[in-house]
Design a protein around this ligand. Sequence first.
Ligand code: HEC
Length: 126
Amino acid sequence: MRRAVGAILLALLASPPARAEIPAREAFQLHCSGCHGPDGHGAAEFVPDLHELAPLVAAPGGREYLVRVPGVAQAPVESEALARLLNFVLTEMSGVDDLDAFDAAEVEALRRRPFLDPVGARPVPR
Ligand code: HEC
C-alpha cells in the first residue's frame, strides 16, 4: 500500500499537470462578470461599463490604473492570463484597435500595488 502511494506521488511529481489555459472570454465570465455583468456593461453608477475604457488607455496613468484597480489586480489568475484578459476587454469590449498589448511582466509589476482608493485614482473623470 505504502509503495503504491509512493509510486503515485512519484508519478505526479514527474509529470505535473499541464497548466489549464482558459480562453480570455471564459476567464471574464469566471472572474469579472459577477460584478461587470456577462456583457461587461456593469451596473449604472456602481460598477463601470467596460465598453468605455478607450479614454483611459490613452490617458497618462491610464495603463497603470487599468491594472491596479482592485478587481483586476486581485483576480485569481496568473499575470500572463490577466494580461490576455485585459487585452480581451480592451479590444473586444472597448474596441481599442491600436492597443499596445499588456504583457505578463507589465501586469505583474503593477498588480502588486492595488489601489486602496480606486475611484480617487481614476485618471479621467467617469
Ligand atoms: C467584486 C466586484 C468586481 C469584480 C469581481 C471585478 N470588478 Fe472591475 N470594478 C468593480 C468596481 C466596483 C469598479 C470601480 C472601481 C472600484 O471601486 O474598484 C471596477 C473597476 C474596473 C475597471 C476600471 C473601469 C473604469 O471605468 O474606471 C476595470 C478596467 C475593471 N474593473 C475590470 C475588471 C476585470 C477585467 C475584472 C475581472 C478580472 C474585474 N474588473 C472584476 C467591481 C468588480
